[in-house]
Write a protein that binds this ligand. Structure first.
Ligand code: ZN
Length: 244
């Protein structure tokens, strides 16, 4: 398997794109993709489908955590490609992000200033996405028929309608951008791309309380034995926010 396709658990693979990860699940019912990368990640996602031993027509579901261009880039193209080979893939998005996704917009403004703002303006094309047509919206608490039961959890903060997915039976959490793991440093979503830092902390606390065995994030490596690390960073983040 390529260094960009990393096994997480049997039947679950991390696809490491240039900037963002997505996750491919192969279970008895077919393939499920969690988040859809950037547009440039299409080839890598197709490689992952190949490596799973299944085919594109087995893709049954794409689940999206939030309306950022680095998480939805290949969604429309993958759906079209799967349908073109006889598949019936569906796209499901968080209810709280449905309107911006349908409009082809991120669900919050980035709070960037100075050079960073200029850099983002220069690369805006990379992050842009077209209005998305989806099949259904996901509500908090909904149990999806994936991995024996995948729970939808509303985890606002990074964006207003961000959601995460938790496979209770496996202790496997797909946290989207509620957490990040840059440079081997697990962190709660914060900074200029976070819509509401207090809401992000509240959501991270909710996720940490699940005591997951494994946390899969949009950015950075997967963390095994996740619960103690999550509890530590949530506590440290809380102290930092309280200190102002
Ligand atoms: Zn992201």
């Amino acid at each position: 398997m390529s260094a960009r396709l990393l096994p997480v658990l049997p039947g679950v693979m991390q696809i490491r794109g240039g900037i963002v990860n997505c996750y491919l699940i192969a279970d008895a019912d077919g393939l499920v993709l969690i988040d859809a990368g950037m547009r440039a990640d299409m080839r890598r996602i197709l490689q992952a489908i190949d490596a799973s031993g299944r085919a594109l027509r087995d893709l049954r579901l794409i689940l999206i955590t939030h309306a950022d261009g680095d998480h939805v880039g290949c969604a429309a193209q993958l759906l079209a490609a799967a349908w073109a080979v006889g598949g019936a893939a569906r796209l499901c998005v968080p209810a709280g992000e449905a309107a911006p996704l349908a409009a082809g917009k991120s669900s919050r403004e980035l709070r960037a200033h100075g050079l960073l703002k200029v850099a983002l303006q220069l690369t805006a094309k990379l992050w842009a996405f077209k209005p998305l047509e989806f099949d259904a919206t996901l509500a908090d608490g909904e149990l999806l028929p994936v991995l024996g039961g995948l729970r939808v959890l509303n985890t606002p903060g990074h964006t207003p309608g961000h959601c995460s997915f938790y496979a209770d039976g496996l202790g496997l959490l797909f946290a989207g951008d509620a957490f990040k793991n840059f440079g081997g440093r697990l962190q709660v979503s914060d900074g200029m791309n976070t819509w509401d830092e207090r809401a992000a902390l509240h959501s991270a606390t909710r996720l940490s309380a699940l005591a997951p065995a494994v946390i899969c994030m949009g950015h950075g490596p997967v963390v095994q034995d996740a619960a103690p690390a999550m509890q530590r960073v949530v506590m440290a983040h809380k102290l930092r926010l309280e200190a102002g």
